[in-house]
Design a protein around this ligand. Sequence first.
Ligand code: 8YV
Length: 324
Amino acid sequence: MTSRAEHRVLQVGPLKPSLAQTLRTDYDAVELPADEPDRSAFLAEHAAAVTAVVTSGRTGVDAALMAALPQLGAVVNFGVGYDTTDVDAAAERGIGVSNTPDVLTDCVADTAVGLLIDVLRQFSAADRFLRAGRWPVDGNYPLTRQVSGRRVGILGLGRIGSAIAARLGAFGCSIAYHNRHRVEASPYAYVGSAVELAAGVDVLVVAAAGGSGTRRLVDADVLDALGADGYLINVARGSVVDEAALVERLADGRLAGAGLDVFAAEPTVPAELLGLDNVVLLPHVGSGTVETRAAMEALTLRNLDEFLSTGRLVTPVLQPAVRV
Ligand code: 8YV
């Protein structure tokens, strides 16, 4: 057992303001400056004492920063996705990594379904049409596509993918999925590749974890298999999709539409998408409700507390090595 007094907590990257405040006041945390030369001077002063980092999926901790923190024992990540933290480097150094699973599943699944309905029924575009005064001038809004009963493919049948599938089941949608491994207890049809999955559905929903294993899993071939009547929904990470190939196909009609909460280089969104009515674009708000963000904050602090008092993590991606 260690005491809090032996620990220095480091905040890396921006965090929810109430979480950052708690870290400062209750944990005496320090914050890593974003840029050089402040960062080097800061590390010269504090690096040797840092045992725990609190960060988010937006920033993460790379191998170079881990190497600069010789006593680092845990990276506590606010968010379920941890692709910005180098977990292999953490494993080599015996550094634990935690995330915030489960508490955000419902909100992210709700977002996926909301995007799916919006893009097929064009509610956001119809809202713009009405506000622009076009209803009395142009008449009825053009017909859109039915949601209920559609064939949906889920790419990544983890917690969030399963929650999306359960919701869409209530819409009478038929569900198939592709995943790294077949999910034995799943009632849904397993398909052996992303291309095959895309070829057999009307809507492909990306719910796979980000990182090197899924980079551009949805490539030009997958998008072409989805085809001119197909829709793509992405609530996972922009890195899972070949964004340039997606933009081209949305612009020239080789894909019917897309609902996107995530992008390859957030907060930058390809300018070509902004003028298209067949896309719904959200600024990465999947987990962004008062309730869910409070639960994520509480779980982040539970992980930090557990690490500071026992050296273990509550929701580990990787437990810290036991130090003797
Ligand atoms: C957060 C997310 O917005 O949990 C995730 O992986 O992408 C979102 O819930 C993000 O991590 C906060 O930085």
